[in-house]
Design a protein around this ligand. Structure first.
Ligand code: CMC
Length: 422
């Protein structure tokens, strides 16, 4: 059997055979036969935009692998920085490589004092943490003008380290400013996740002991969020990066895409939804509103997974470990009941709608003491190595500027009328 497709243009009778290569067909071949006829695929649901060796996921089988390693094994065996190294370099680090990678990150974790004295102070007191993060990541571009030489791999590598290192510092500073407590600077004696927790929660100059279970849970959540192939924010970053914009502006664009409630913002929306439902006896009417198309069940459904999201399973178990330490999130029972009702209902079953990573992550973050507005920021810290791995991979390939076509649905040519005659 030939590994190819044949397409016939019935207007002319001309045919073309296009090889199927790695589950793809080359659109350049298609355009030889059909110039000016475009694939109509506005949400890229059936379009491959990349040749990538970073992450493989299969939505029907329900697996997720970074560089070939199953997410379950990485979650059990590896720290977030090991996984970041893997995503960026293709291999897990040796002990020596990990130590020097951690040192590199540690050395770049500070931010210029203008962030604390001027930039962060410029926001409204009630500024949402994601808006602050998007803006401060973009502001890094103005501190590192040399980052614009994105075609030099060594320049790219330097900015990758800076971005992974500075994200927690920017995030914790945004939180501190919003609650009006003094900024806590990075502590070189702490590892990545301890340091972030310390910058978030250390009360002034007093000692702050991080609970090892909470620290491990947050590190694991970062691992689970570290990459997810060509998702909306990675694609946004790739589109911006394809114009050779610098990595700070590129990652800021990715953060912007992540902020939406259909993507990373869903973890915040799940909590707001559970609070709004309020009590068990409201669950049925909420589900009916979802089925009538009036609401969305946040934290459910996925473009690619048509099975239980493998990350959601791990998050659910992690949530219970966290609750054992800090006490159960009062919204947990509501979430469990909602899941039970949805998974027994034909609306959700027939559409293959299962809990995704965001359904239980917010409950876990909340129990750990993070305010709801920080949830998507936590997602962004975790996803940064993934965004950068895809950006670096794209620029090391023979990439072109992203520039889709459109199906024009507007008016044909017409004449401009003088203003008094319109
Ligand atoms: N609640 C109710 N109905 C839904 C939901 C939902 N959460 N998700 C999908 N559907 C329905 C949808 O209305 C459609 O029904 P019909 O065929 O009758 O028109 C059907 O299921 C297929 O959905 P779709 O709109 O084609 O799905 P999509 O691939 O375009 O959207 C999604 C994927 C994640 C945006 C969507 O499932 C959703 O809005 N979920 C809630 C938001 C959410 O939890 N997002 C986090 C995603 S995971 C973390 C991440 O990586 O971002």
């Amino acid at each position: 059997m030939s590994e190819s497709i044949s397409i016939t243009d019935n207007r002319t009778g001309e045919s073309i055979e296009i090889p199927i290569h790695r589950n793809g067909v080359d659109s350049a071949e298609w355009s030889k036969l059909l110039p000016g006829i475009w694939f109509d695929d506005a949400s890229f649901g059936n379009t491959s935009g990349a040749h990538s060796a970073v992450t493989e996921l299969d939505g029907s089988a329900g697996f997720l692998r970074y560089r070939g390693y199953p997410i379950e094994q990485l979650g059990k065996e590896c720290s977030f920085l090991e996984v970041a190294y893997l995503l960026l370099n293709g291999e897990l680090p040796t002990r020596e490589q990990l130590a020097s990678w951690e040192d590199e990150i540690r050395e770049e974790s500070t931010i210029h004092e203008n962030f604390h004295k001027r930039i962060l102070e410029g926001f409204r007191d009630d500024a949402h943490a994601m808006g602050v993060l998007v803006s401060t990541v973009a502001a890094l571009s103005t501190f590192f003008p040399e980052s614009k030489d994105v075609e030099d791999p060594s320049v790219r590598r330097k900015q990758i380290v800076r971005l992974i290192a500075k994200m927690p510092t920017l995030a914790a500073s945004a939180y501190r400013r919003s609650v009006g407590t003094p900024y806590v600077l990075p502590d070189p004696d702490l590892d990545y996740t301890d340091n972030f927790l310390s910058m978030m929660f250390r009360p002034g100059d007093s000692e702050y002991e991080v609970d090892p279970v909470l620290r491990r849970a947050l590190d694991l959540l970062f691992v689970l969020h570290a990459d997810h192939s060509q998702n909306c924010s990675t694609t946004a970053g790739r589109v911006v990066g394809s114009s050779l914009a610098d990595p700070y502006l590129t990652v800021s664009a990715a953060c912007s895409a992540l902020s939406g409630p259909l993507h990373g913002g869903a973890n915040e929306s799940v909590i707001r939804m559970l609070e709004e439902i309020g009590s068990y006896d409201q669950i049925d009417s909420f589900i009916n509103a979802v089925k009538a198309g009036e609401r969305r069940l946040m934290g459910f459904g996925h473009r690619v997974y048509k099975n239980y999201d493998p990350r959601a399973r791990i998050v659910k178990d992690t949530a219970h470990e966290v609750f054992d330490v800090v006490g159960k999130n009062p919204l947990l029972d509501m979430a469990l009941k909602l899941e039970e009702v949805a998974l027994a209902d034909d609306y959700f079953v027939s559409r293959k709608l299962y809990p995704n990573v965001d359904f239980y992550s917010g409950l876990t973050y909340q129990a750990m003491g993070f305010p709801v507005e920080m949830f998507t920021v936590l997602f962004a810290i975790g996803r940064t190595p993934g965004w950068l791995a895809h950006w670096d991979e794209m620029l090391s390939q023979d990439s072109r500027i992203a520039r889709p076509r459109q199906i024009y649905i507007g008016s044909p040519e017409r004449d401009v009328q003088p203003i008094d005659k319109r």
